[in-house]
Structure formats: C-alpha cells, structure tokens
Write a protein that binds this ligand. Structure first.
Ligand code: ATP
Length: 294
C-alpha cells in the first residue's frame, strides 16, 4: 500500500502498520484466518468484504480490543502486542460502528475522552487539550453540536463525534469501522476527503467500507476479505474487477471511469435470482477455495 507522498511530514520515516498472519478463533470457529495487511504512513487503506467477512474483528485485533491467537503486529517497527495499553491508545485510534459514551455526557466532553491517553493520572485538561478538541470537532464537522448531549444526537451526528474523538487522540494509525454509516452524502464525501488529507499529512488510515466506489475514489490500496481470509489486495483499479465482485459479493458490476477523478466508479445490477419476486437462497456459503485468492 503506498501513500501519495514520498516524504514523511511527521518525521521518523515510519513504516506504518504491518500486520501479518493475523489469526483469531472464537471457540472452534476461525474468524480471521492468517490475514496480512500493511498500511504505510501517509496511506489510506480500505478493508472490503461482505457482511461477516471479518473486517470489524480484524480492526479490533489491530486496535487491541481483541487479542489475536497468532499475529505479528507492528506500528513503525514497534511490536504492538508488547506495547502498554496507554501507549497503544496514544498511537492507535479506532472509530467503532456503534461507539458508546457515558449517559448524559456533552459532545465536547465525549471528544475530550480522546485526550485521556495523553493526560496525567489526574486527567486535567490543558489549554492544548482544549485546542485539540476544538480542532477535532471542527475537522469532523461536529462543532455545531459541541454543547449538546451525545445520547440525544442522531446517528450521523454521533458518527461525526466519534470521528472527532478519535482525531483528538492524535493517533499515528486511525482505524475506522464503516465511518460513512448514517452519514448523508455530503458528510460521507467530507469524511473521506478529511481522511485523505490526514493521510497526506502523514497519518496511516485503515477503514472498513461497504461502498466500493467510495473506496475506489479515496483509497490507495484495498484489501478484500471473505470468510476471514484475504481474497486479494492491491490498487483499487487492479482489484475491483467485475469478476472479483461477482466472486466475492455475488452481484454483477460494471466498472466505469469517474468523469472527474478518473478512478473506478461501480454500477451494480442484482444477480438474476435476486430480481423482484425471487426469494433469496442461502448464498455466500461458498468455500474460500471457490474464491479467486491471490
Ligand atoms: N461476539 C461474537 N461471537 C461469535 N461470533 C462473532 C462475534 N462477533 C463476530 N462474530 C462472527 O465473526 C464473523 C466476522 O464478524 P465481523 O463483525 O468481523 O464481520 P464484518 O466483516 O465486520 O461484517 P459486517 O460487514 O456485517 O459488519 C461473523 O461470522 C460474525 O458472526
């Protein structure tokens, strides 16, 4: 996965995230099966795959919310598994699909929670903490509701606050699980533009996305997962072919060229048996051997 910039504006020449052989089982069920993902500094990576492919679980394993059975996980060469929790929280932020916050908390205080890994044990807000929170709220388009209660916000408003909280962490690696969920189209584009800009400034970004056209427009590199394993990975133009989309998602796709960006733009048609009036069968039960693993 390569970024659009050759230099590392944060200094240090970091290699970003290198995750290899990530494996995780729940009971007898293998959920993530030997996955390799790399995200260099300054790159946007997109994790793609059908429902249940293992995208959220993989993000949780990288963030340290879950612990892999086997994996080599490094961030800028540092072993993530042996990092102390607080240090890991300073370096990696995760925007979850349905993040929670303590009941009744104001939005700016929720975003302020992102500063906790940077604060002393007394948790006193410094002028810099307040400045970082204000900047994060603005960047995520959430300053208009900074003084409202988080639990009274709409889904899209909460999504922006969750992003602001992660930005307030000032991480080196930003992981996002469906960051455009609940967002209107303007907010979706603003979020992806923001991620692109942050990556151009040296942040490593890895986002699970369902919108393949958005992924193709903004990601440097996509990783396609199915049934816990990597099917293929590479530049969006190389990976997102009609054949791959049919094999993994079981839909027919036309790959067009975006008239402005020149990037792939996908138009879909349902598979024949999904036509109106046809009852869906148990699809997606194909074994990984049926998929074109590269
Ligand atoms: N707590 C759990 N207990 C048992 N199985 C789980 C648990 N959480 C997830 N799974 C299973 O692990 C698999 C991967 O789930 P995961 O949420 O990582 O997929 P995903 O690709 O993020 O899906 P989606 O696109 O629907 O969000 C699924 O089969 C899911 O049912």
């Amino acid at each position: 996965m390569s970024g659009r910039r050759g230099s590392d504006p944060r200094g240090g020449g970091g290699t970003g995230l290198e995750a290899s052989r990530v494996r995780f089982a729940r009971g007898s069920r293998l959920i993530v099966d030997g996955v390799d993902v790399t995200v260099p500094r300054g790159a946007v990576g997109a994790l793609l795959g059908p429902n249940g492919a293992g995208k959220s679980t993989l993000l949780h394993l990288i963030a340290g919310v879950e612990h892999p059975d086997v994996a080599a996980l490094t961030l800028d060469g540092d072993d993530l598994v042996s990092l102390r929790r607080r240090e890991r929280a300073r370096r990696i932020a995760l925007v979850e699909q349905d993040a929670q916050a303590p009941e009744g908390l104001r939005v700016d205080h929720v975003v302020g929670l992102g500063r906790v890994p940077h604060q002393s044990a007394w948790g006193v807000d410094s002028a810099r903490d307040r400045e970082v929170v204000a900047r994060a709220l603005t960047a995520a388009g959430a300053s208009a509701f900074a003084a409202r209660r988080y639990d009274e916000l709409s889904g899209g408003e909460r999504q922006r606050v969750n992003l602001a909280r992660a930005l307030a962490q000032e991480p080196e690696l930003l992981l996002l699980d469906e960051p455009t969920n609940h967002l209107d189209i303007r907010a979706q584009l603003a979020t992806l533009e923001l991620l692109r800009r942050l990556a151009d400034d040296g942040l490593s970004v890895l986002a699970a996305l369902h919108d393949l056209s958005l992924a193709a427009s903004y990601a440097d590199h996509v990783v396609v997962l199915a049934q816990g394993a990597v099917v293929t990975a590479g530049a969006p133009t190389d990976v997102l072919t009609p054949e791959l989309i049919r094999a993994v998602w079981d839909v027919e796709a036309h790959v067009l060229v975006h008239p402005v960006t020149g990037r792939p733009l996908l138009a879909f048609a349902p598979a024949v048996e999904d036509a109106p009036g046809v009852v869906l069968g148990t699809r997606g039960d194909r074994s990984p051997q049926d998929l074109p693993v590269r």
